[in-house]
Ligand binder design. Structure first.
Ligand code: ADP
Ligand code: MG
Length: 232
C-alpha cells in the first residue's frame, strides 16, 4: 500500500512524560540483553506492473538495535517506503521474515498490529489489547481485527497507520501526505478520521499537495522558498 508515502503518520510525544521505549537498555544494563528493535531477513516484495513485476525488495537484510536512530537513504523507487510498510506490518513480504522486538510481525492480525506500538511503548499486553480495540472501534473496522492488514482497503490501511501513531497518546500527530497514495474514496475515509481526531482535541500537522485535502484543516499555511507565509 501507500506507494510513495514513507511515514504517513507519526505520533510524537512532546514535553515531559516522553515514553521510554521498551527494550532500551538503561544505564548499566547489558546492551545485548534486549532483542533488536527490528530484524529483517531475506525480504522480497514485488508489485504487479504492466510489463514485468516491479521487484521493490530483493532479499533485503536489515537490523536496528533498540534505541538506535537510523536514516534510510536511497534514490526514489529503491524500496524505502516498501521497507517501512513491511516493518510496520502494513504490507506483507512475499518471502523472508520481519521481527519487531523479537516477535514475528509479518502475518499478524490487524489487532496485533495495533497492539505492537503499545507494547513497544511499555504498555502491558492487556492494556495494549484494550487500547488497540478502542482504536479499531474509532476506525470503524472493529470487525476486521482478526484479519491481516493486507485484507483491508487502501484507505483502511492508511487509517490503521494513523491509529498506530496514536496508540501511545501523542501530543502531536504529524501526517506526511496521508492521502497521497489513495483514490478519492480512500482519501475521504482518511480525512474523516483526521477531522474526527481533531474534534476530539488531537493536534495535527498535515502535509498535502491537494487543496481539497487541505480544506479539511482548520488553517492552511503555505510554504515558499523555505519560509512559511503569513502569521506564525
Ligand atoms: P521509495 O520509497 O524508495 O521511493 P518505494 O518503496 O515507494 O520506493 O517503491 C519501490 C518500487 O516499488 C517503485 O518502483 C514503486 O513504483 C514500486 N511500488 C511501491 N509500492 C507499489 C504498489 N503499491 N504498487 C505498485 N508498485 C509499487
Ligand atoms: Mg518513499
Amino acid at each position: 500500500m501507500s506507494h510513495g508515502t514513507a511515514a504517513p503518520a507519526t505520533g510524537r510525544a512532546a514535553g515531559k512524560g516522553l515514553p521510554v521505549p521498551h527494550g532500551v537498555p538503561a544505564d548499566g544494563d547489558h546492551p545485548g540483553s534486549a532483542p533488536p528493535a527490528v530484524r529483517v531477513r531475506g525480504v522480497r516484495r514485488s508489485f504487479e506492473a504492466d510489463i514485468a513485476p516491479v521487484r521493490a525488495l530483493r532479499g533485503l537484510d536489515f537490523d536496528v538495535a533498540a534505541g538506535e536512530f537510523v536514516a534510510l537513504m536511497g534514490p526514489s523507487g529503491c524500496g524505502k517506503s516498501t521497507l517501512l510498510n513491511v516493518i510496520a506490518g502494513l504490507d506483507r513480504p512475499d518471502e523472508g521474515s520481519v521481527e519487531v522486538a523479537g516477535e514475528r510481525i509479518d502475518g499478524v492480525s490487524v489487532l496485533d498490529n495495533l497492539m505492537l506500538p503499545g507494547i513497544l511503548g511499555g504498555l502491558r499486553r492487556r492494556a495494549a489489547t484494550s487500547r488497540a480495540r478502542d482504536l479499531l472501534g474509532l476506525l470503524g473496522i472493529g470487525e476486521h481485527g482478526s484479519r491481516p492488514p493486507s485484507a483491508l482497503s487502501g484507505g483502511q490501511r492508511q487509517r490503521l497507520a494513523i491509529a498506530r501513531a496514536l496508540v501511545n497518546y501523542p501530543d502531536l500527530l504529524l501526517a506526511d501526505e496521508p492521502t497521497g497514495a489513495l483514490d478519492s474514496e480512500g482519501a475521504q475515509e482518511v480525512l474523516a478520521l483526521l477531522r474526527q481526531l481533531h474534534a476530539g482535541g488531537q493536534t495535527i500537522v498535515m502535509v498535502t499537495h491537494a487543496p481539497e485535502v487541505a480544506a479539511a484543516a482548520g488553517r492552511i499555511v503555505r510554504m515558499r522558498d523555505g519560509r512559511a507565509e503569513g502569521r506564525p
